[in-house]
Design a protein around this ligand. Structure first.
Ligand code: NZQ
Ligand code: ZN
Length: 387
């Protein structure tokens, strides 16, 4: 293991009825709230009514910013920053999925910076201060509810980048599975793929002796594989929603990355694809992860084989590494296809036209990834194999 510190300051408020906790949490930070949400799903499922009634009852001053896009945009972050300044906001309350929460993080950090928030997103300037954030999560997927990371798209520049800071962890996150019951089938599947992919990004680390972290990751993957088919059969299965929600949070709250150098190349490639084509993050990952595994499996098959044996139950006896990698990749691909995930870039009508642009955008450094570091030509090859 690498030397590490572990500190996750987010207070998790999990389970039915936890929205009431806002009554005790919000006053800790002030009484002027920016209520941030997306395109209207919270109005359709009744959560908006509940939150605004509760805030009104608390006599909190509320300023609303709605319409945060899936793949949230820099322009919306800027609008939020302007509202924070204009109304002297004390706390941002993000009610929605990862996009709304990430946007809140961009606003929280950007409001304390006297310049273009893109400087923060592209890590040209560090976060030195941030407004407090609270969240009410409505979609199990990103883990943003209990981490300090955020992904923001600069649509004009066709670029999607991520930043993170200890200062942008939500102070508290309400996770009531009830509010995830309305997530439609496609978004549910994207969430499943995203959660599993977060485990992979950390499972394929470049450190030694991380036995417990690997077993933690395998537990999440096994639990996902038991739960996901049940959930896609019945989107109203409360217990399955509850399991997914907790899995999603623990897949990316720092537990799996303790003491290991994690990979994240596939996320960087996916972010490049969704920066150019605006496709759903989980959909992109379902297409790219199997191809990444196939590609790096040629250089470093051992942990892919371990995954195949321990998570997919593949019999490893008497088979070559090459065969075992392929069997593992196929097992993963079959699982994702069976729950309705896409498998080729052509499913989103993406062809080779902008392949080099995407590969270039993915290269946030000279090499990306740790398990097997990739250069631009490797990324191009992976994208080509995924067409
Ligand atoms: O906008 P609304 O109307 O709310 O609808 C959303 C949106 O259309 C809908 N939705 C959310 N909760 C719902 C619901 N519909 C019905 N019922 C509900 N309860 O779902 C759609 C997608 O929402 P979004 O927030 O975009 O999804 P997700 O949570 O998957 O977030 C994706 C974004 O997070 C980034 C991705 O790149 C992408 O931009 N990521 C953030 C990470 C982080 N901060 O740690 C890590 C991830 O790897 C990821 O990159
Ligand atoms: Zn992700």
């Amino acid at each position: 293991m690498e030397r590490f510190q572990y500190h996750n300051p987010t207070k998790l408020l999990f389970g039915k009825g936890q929205l009431e906790s806002l009554r005790t949490e919000i006053p800790r930070y002030g009484d002027r709230v920016l209520l941030l949400y997306g395109g209207g799903s919270i109005k359709a499922n009744g959560l908006y009514e509940e939150v605004t009634a509760l805030l009104a009852d608390m006599q909190v001053t509320v300023v609303e910013l709605s319409g945060v896009e899936p793949n949230p945009r820099l322009t919306t972050v800027q609008t939020g920053i302007d509202l924070v300044h204009e109304h002297q906001i004390d706390l941002i309350l993000a009610v929605g999925g990862g996009s709304v929460i990430d946007c809140a993080k961009g606003i929280a950090a950007g409001a304390k910076y006297d310049g273009n928030p893109w400087d923060i997103v592209t890590r040209q300037v560090p976060v030195t201060d941030a407004l407090p954030i609270g969240t009410v999560l409505t979609l199990a997927a990103t883990g943003s509810e209990m981490n300090g990371g955020a992904v923001i798209t600069n649509w004009e520049a066709q670029d999607k980048r991520s930043f993170g800071s200890p200062l942008t962890y939500p102070k508290f996150s309400v996770l009531d599975p009830t509010y995830t019951l309305s997530v439609p089938a496609n978004q549910t599947v994207y969430g499943i793929v995203d959660i599993m992919s977060h485990v992979f990004e950390q499972y394929f680390h470049a450190s030694e002796n991380a036995l417990l972290q690997e077993r933690f990751g395998e537990s999440i993957l096994r639990t996902m594989m038991e739960t996901a088919p049940r959930l896609v059969q019945n989107l109203n299965d409360f217990d399955a929603r509850e399991t997914m929600l907790l899995n999603g949070t623990f897949a990316l709250n720092g537990t799996l990355s303790m003491g290991v150098k994690t990979d994240w190349a596939t996320h960087m490639i996916e972010h490049a694809v969704s920066a150019v084509y605006d496709i759903p993050h989980g959909g992109g990952l379902a297409i790219l992860f199997p191809e990444w595994l196939r590609y790096v499996g040629k250089t470093r098959p051992e942990r892919i084989i371990q995954l195949g044996e321990r998570v997919f139950g593949i019999d490893v006896n008497g088979k070559s590494d090459e065969v075992l990698v392929e069997e593992t990749v196929q097992a993963l691909q079959e699982f994702w296809t069976s729950i309705g995930a896409p498998s080729r870039l052509s499913d989103y009508e993406i062809d080779a036209t902008h392949l080099e642009l995407m590969a270039e955008r993915a290269m946030v450094a000279e090499q990306i990834g740790q398990y097997v570091p990739l250069r631009q030509q490797d990324v191009s090859a992976i994208l080509k194999n995924a067409l």
